[in-house]
Write a protein that binds this ligand. Structure first.
Ligand code: ATP
Ligand code: MG
Length: 554
């Protein structure tokens, strides 16, 4: 059984080592999202790792918005990212914006030029690509590579002053066009972009490239361990080069780990934005989205997500994680605390013909079958009930032990009832089932003269509260929607949401408010939706169904 104690991983071992050897007296990590969308469960992995390390080793963690790219960056995203991190239960030590370091970055670029380690290049983007060479062939030097330091300083200043058009010139690090590591072949570190920046406005028309900006951001903040995903492994030598050659005082260490990838979804803000923009989902917080806000709205808890992240662990190998793994941790969290409740999500009227008319009896039913301490509650019962449509069959299939003409079942917490008849509408749908009950068989009475093979749940018709239930299937049909050249937008599941109208027993939900969780007997864990719930009607999202054949991987 999973527990909450933290597990060991290779990054933690590096930290322990660095503290023991005195390389660092304390650690500082950072979480550096680009504010171009809402956070997803993949980010949760990175958050749990960075904030978790800081918590465990009494260090610090910075939330840094990586806003060096002057594209439209929305305050909405800056806000939602902070909310999501807080909701997960983490606190940052400092909040920074990378764009506040533009002056520092510019200064560091000038240091490079002065050392003869950067030059202004007039080649076009296409030419630069062409000159770069391939994995098997070395690149060749740009004809502008040998410009003098004075000329480079002059041109870079004029780039900054807005004398040139976008793309006309770039600043490149002068490293080695023949390096086996393509990232070392004179990477572009500054480009011209006449675009206003959300923070710095029109002050700049040159912007640093990510691979130059990021190491400087880390170093400026004194980050000790800079954790990033595996695809940056090849960039690590350049990261170290930038820190060294720009003469940064603090030397952060980049460590890579495998990104989280899950089946039947896409895991990138940019792609998730396409789903939102195309109207495939009801916003970023649609309960089918893998965003943190989507998971929250669906009914996942911070604890379930944190336990999930802890248990998938950190590794150097990319792999696909089954979404049922996350469901497991939700059940694990809610099982002991979500009140057990009778609710019928696809109702069918059941009439007990021999039960007195106009009588309502209060039955005692346990609040949590697995925890007696949670006590019992009184649930109304009468002659007219609702049961699930699935719990009746006109002609039973093999091994069907629920209601069918002549068969007897137990009503949970109540009596045995035997099906006597049923009524159909004009189109042949069963709309009413009739039964008789046996007063001797009341639950708790010790009756054992005969047995039934099945217990079904129900709600009393006149007191039940009408509710809406939203049931979900994966948003994307394919397990791995982007393999073999496929596009995820072509694989949207047309049946990813089913909206049904049903009923819940009145007792448990009388004070229910958004995000409250319930365990509906046999139907799963449900959470009150904050967007569609009104004064008059509770709308529930099914978080997960109850049972799963899923086994925790060892
Ligand atoms: P996206 O494509 O979703 O925008 P990104 O990697 O560009 O992903 P950033 O906002 O730049 O996202 O990421 C902030 C941090 O979150 C980075 O350190 C990044 O490595 C980490 N991260 C992003 N996606 C994942 C993932 N799927 N698994 C683990 N870490 C992730
Ligand atoms: Mg990104």
């Amino acid at each position: 059984m999973p527990n909450e104690t933290s597990t060991s991983n290779f990054i933690k071992n590096i930290v322990i080592d660095d503290l023991e050897t005195g390389k660092h007296s304390g650690i500082i990590t950072r979480f550096p999202p680009e504010p171009n969308g809402y956070l997803h469960i993949g980010h949760a992995k990175s958050i749990c790792l960075n904030f978790g390390l800081a918590e465990e080793f009494n260090g610090k963690v910075n939330l840094r918005f990586d806003d060096t790219n002057p594209v439209k960056e929305d305050v909405e995203y800056v806000k939602s990212i902070q909310e999501d991190i807080k909701w997960l239960g983490f606190k940052w030590s400092n909040l920074f914006f990378a764009s506040n370091y533009f002056d520092e970055m510019y200064k560091r670029a000038v240091i490079l030029i002065n050392k003869g380690k950067a030059y202004v290049d007039d080649l076009t983007a296409d030419e630069i690509r062409e000159y770069r060479g391939t994995l098997t062939e070395p690149g060749k030097n740009s004809p502008y590579r040998e410009r003098s330091i004075e000329e480079n300083l002059d041109l870079f200043t004029r780039m900054k002053d807005g004398e040139f058009e976008d793309g006309q010139k770039v600043l490149r690090a002068k490293i080695d066009m023949a390096s086996p590591n393509i990232n070392f072949r004179d990477p572009v570190i500054y480009r011209i972009a006449h675009i206003a920046h959300h923070n710095t406005g029109d002050k700049w028309c040159v912007y640093p490239m990510y691979s130059f900006a990021h190491p400087i951001e880390d170093a400026v903040e004194g980050i000790t361990h800079s954790l990033c995903s595996l695809e940056f492994e090849d960039q690590r030598p350049l990261y170290d080069w930038v820190v060294r050659e720009t003469e940064m005082e603090n030397v952060p260490r980049q460590i890579e780990f495998a990104r989280l990838d899950m089946n039947n979804t896409v895991m990138s803000k940019r792609k998730l934005k396409q789903l939102v923009d195309a109207g495939v989902t009801d916003g970023w917080d649609d309960p089918r989205m893998p965003t943190i806000s989507g998971l929250r709205r669906r009914g996942f808890t911070p604890k379930s997500i944190r336990n999930f992240c802890e248990h998938i662990g950190v590794s150097k190998v990319n792999s696909m994680v089954d979404s049922q793994y996350l469901d497991f941790f939700l059940r694990d969290d809610l099982q002991p605390k979500a009140p057990l409740t009778l609710g019928v999500i696809k109702p069918l009227k059941l009439i007990i013909d021999n039960y007195p008319e106009d009588e309502i009896e209060m039955l005692e039913i346990e609040n949590n079958a697995k925890d007696e301490a949670q006590g019992k509650r009184l649930v109304p019962f009468s002659r007219e009930l609702y049961i699930e449509q699935d719990d009746f069959m006109e002609e039973p299939i093999k091994k069907y032990f629920r209601l069918f003409p002549g068969n007897e079942v137990r009503l949970k917490g109540g009596y045995f009832v035997r099906c006597t008849d049923f009524v159909k509408d004009e189109s042949g749908n069963v709309i009413e089932v009739h039964a008789t009950y046996d007063p001797e068989t009341k639950s708790g009475s010790g009756f054992n003269a005969r047995k039934v093979k099945s217990t079904i749940h129900w709600v009393e018709a006149s007191t039940a509260v009408p509710c809406e239930f939203r049931l979900f299937e994966p948003l994307i049909l394919d397990d791995a929607p982007e393999n073999e050249g496929k596009h995820f937008l072509d694989q949207i599941n047309p049946n990813s949401i089913e909206i049904v109208q049903g009923f819940i027993e009145p007792t448990q939900i009388k004070d229910a408010k958004p995000f409250d969780k319930f365990q509906l007997v046999r139907n799963g864990f449900f959470s009150v939706d904050d967007k569609y719930t009104t004064e008059d009607k509770l709308v529930f999202n099914r978080v997960v169904s109850l049972k799963s054949s899923f086994k925790m991987p060892k």
